[in-house]
Structures are given as C-alpha cells and as structure tokens.
Design a protein around this ligand. Structure first.
Ligand SMILES: [Zn+2]
Length: 405
C-alpha cells in the first residue's frame, strides 16, 4: 500500500488527496488537495470560476498518538456569481476554520462532557479557540425546529461578571432543553423572543414558569394573555427563608454581646435547614431556641409550614394550606413574614397554579448553574455570545457524534 493511501485512510476524510507527507517541527504535515479539480465556493458550495490562489495554510487535524497532524493546502479563491470573491470549499474543514471537521466535533463533544480547562489541555488549544469552535458547532447542530410546538416553557435570568451582566434563557419543559437565550434581562428581551415566535406559536403556549421578577411577568402578560404563569415553588419558599433570616438578624441586634446572642448566631444553619437534615446537636439548638426566643421559633415554624403546604399533592389541600399560612403569617407580628405574605398574596394565582402544573424552574436553574461554572472559570467565555453558545451546546439538546476509533 502506498504511504499516501495509508494516510488517507488514517485521516478518515473523504474526497481528499494526499500529495506528500513530511515531518516538521510542529508535527506531521500532510500536503493535501480536494479530490475535485474545479473549485467550489466556500460560502454556497456551488462550482465557481477561479480567481487567484492564496499562500499555503494549515489545518489542525486529530493527532496520531503523540504526534500532531496538520493538513496543508494553498486555498484558491473563487469569483462566485452569488457570493462574490470567496475562498474555496475544502472537504476536510468548515469554511473559515483552521481546524478539520473531526477536530471541531471532538472539541465540542469534550466541551459538553468535561470542564473547559481539560479540553484546552487535551486538545492543545486556547479558551478562546474552544469558544469559537463551540460557536461554529452549535450553529451547525442546533435544532432549527426547536421553537415549534412549545407548550410549557420556563424563563429565567442568568447573571455573570459579578452580577453586572445578564442573559435571559427560555427552556422547553416538555423536551427538557434550552430553546432560546439572549443578552439582557429586561421585559423587552423576553418580548423579542415572543416576537420571534409569532402569533401562531405564541397562542399554543399554556404555561410559563418563572420567579417573581416583575419584568418577566409584564412581558408574559402582554404577549401571552392566554398563558398561565406558574411561580417557581422554590422561589416562593425562599421568601419565607429570607424572612426567617431577617427575624433572626433583628433579634441578634437586640441581644448582641450576651450569651444568648452568641447561641443565636450559631443557630443560623439549623434554622435554615430542612428538619429531616438536622443532626442531633442542631435539633437540640432548635429546642433551646423554642424555650428562649419565641419570635425566632415562630418564624422557623412559619418557614417550615409553608414548605409543607407546597408539598401537598392534592391541589385543594395545598391551596387550603397556603391560604391558612397566609392568614397566620399576616397575624404573626413578624414584619418580614407580614411582608412575605403580602408578596405571595399579590402573586397568589401564579403560586397556586403550581399545584396543577407541577412545573418548577428547576430545569432552567440547573442549566444556568452549569453555565455559571463555565463563566466563572473561563475569562474567554465572558462575551454573552460565547456563553450562549456554550449554553446551547450543553443544554440545547445537541447530540454529537465524535470521531472515535
Ligand atoms: Zn457562492
């Protein structure tokens, strides 16, 4: 078998001819050319008359063992009837990329399953390069029909750069994937999504989960008058946890410096934990609080009771429990709980809707947490576009088929 034939098989690229093989400092350099003679336009793929020829350039391909492999070729430019002067299409690499199809596919696959630092180490490329490869792979693979047939969606904001920048994300609850994301967190950002959906697809949306952020509520009420807003139950619960924390801090201010104050300070975690997660010492602490500090214990019970109310499976029972809770919290003489009760009452319809829909924003937040890890560790991903591509890659339902032996 000829050596060039051998390498052509090893490369796994069709429609490519190998002219020569040389060992150079960077690795193995294969001088190649497309099997077709007449050049094709890199933009539209149609045959086009030649224009001129550029200097030789190289594309990284998957390595062989410890050796890096480069494909080298002097690209022709074509004068395409439709696109103008463009570099030609080559069978081994995407238009405009310095990496082969297989290389890009493997980088994106690794980016899906492992952390970014490992991808840069394994593939020997920079963060920024991973980012641009991910953007191209996402553009090629994102399901173009992802906005069709949306019924239950979730909306959330994702913050990065120390909460100075935001991305609004929309998920499809039924297919469990991110379907849309854009920079910003204003009502207009979300409205742009509804505009993009158009009237027909908007009308089919039945349910929108979200936290109680006013901007998104407004956008949904205006654009989807028929849809039911469902407030995320964990955000509802957080209102009570925050209220409990406020009560504790107010008490702490009153008894600062005393022994009782120090005990109270240490009790924070016991108070915020779920009762079944408490260890013996924490249970003891809670018991002491019950004896010594009535307001805090009342606040604790309020927090727990709301969680229980939201747990009921039967809607009528859950609704009754929530209404009882509201009455209790309003009369509790604990200002933060009076306020929390007011907030819940103002959003009651969307809070109770949870018992029918049984949808939370958990899925959106799960995706956002994944993204947060990426954003924190990689400065190369600080542009909104790169982050959004990463979000689509990991949570947009993209299935890659990496080149494996
Ligand atoms: Zn063209």
């Amino acid at each position: 078998m000829r050596i060039t034939t051998l390498f052509r098989r090893l490369l796994g690229v069709v429609s490519l001819l190998i002219c020569s093989v040389t060992f150079e400092e960077e690795g193995l350099v294969l001088r190649v050319r497309p099997r077709w003679l007449k050049p094709r336009c890199g933009s539209c793929g149609r045959r086009a008359p030649g224009y001129d020829r550029l200097r030789e350039r190289r594309w990284r391909h998957l390595g062989l063992g410890r050796t890096r492999i480069w494909l080298a070729y002097a690209l022709r430019r074509v004068n395409c009837r439709d696109c103008g002067v463009h570099t030609e299409q080559v069978p081994w690499a995407p238009h405009g990329s310095r990496f082969t199809w297989d290389f890009e596919e493997l980088v994106a696959y690794l980016a899906q399953i492992t952390d970014m630092t490992k991808v840069t180490q394994l593939m020997g490329i920079s963060w920024v390069t991973v980012g641009s490869i991910v953007e191209r792979v996402v553009a090629r693979n994102l399901d173009p029909t992802r906005l069709e047939g949306l019924v239950n969606i979730g909306v959330d904001e994702f913050s990065y750069r120390k909460r100075h920048r935001y991305i609004t994300t929309v998920v499809d609850h039924d297919r469990r994937r991110v379907v849309w994301a854009a920079p910003g967190k204003t009502a207009d950002v979300l409205k742009a999504f509804f505009e993009q959906l158009g009237e027909k697809r908007r009308a089919k949306i039945e349910c929108v989960t979200m936290d109680m952020a006013q901007t998104y509520i407004k956008a949904v009420e205006e654009s989807l008058p028929q849809a039911q807003i469902v407030f995320d139950r964990f955000h509802v619960q957080r209102l009570a946890s925050d209220a409990l924390d406020e009560v504790r801090r107010a008490q702490l201010r009153e008894i600062r410096g005393t022994a009782e104050g120090r005990e109270l300070f240490k009790s924070r975690f016991a108070l915020l934990k779920n009762p079944w997660n408490l260890d013996r010492k924490e249970k003891q602490k809670l018991h002491e609080l019950q004896q010594t500090n009535a307001p805090i214990y009342r606040a604790y019970l309020l927090k727990e009771t709301l969680a229980q109310a939201l747990d009921y499976r039967q809607p009528w029972r859950a609704e009754r429990a929530v209404r009882d809770w509201l009455a209790w919290a309003s009369r509790s003489k604990l200002k933060p709980f009076v306020k929390a009760a007011r907030t819940i009452r103002e959003h009651l319809n969307g809070v109770l809707a949870y018992f029918q829909a049984r949808l939370t924003n958990g899925i959106v937040e799960g995706f956002n947490n994944k993204l947060r890890m990426i954003a924190r560790r990689a400065f190369g991903f600080h542009s909104a576009e790169a982050l959004i591509s990463m979000l689509y890659l990991c949570s947009g339902g993209i299935k890659l088929d990496p080149p494996l032996p």
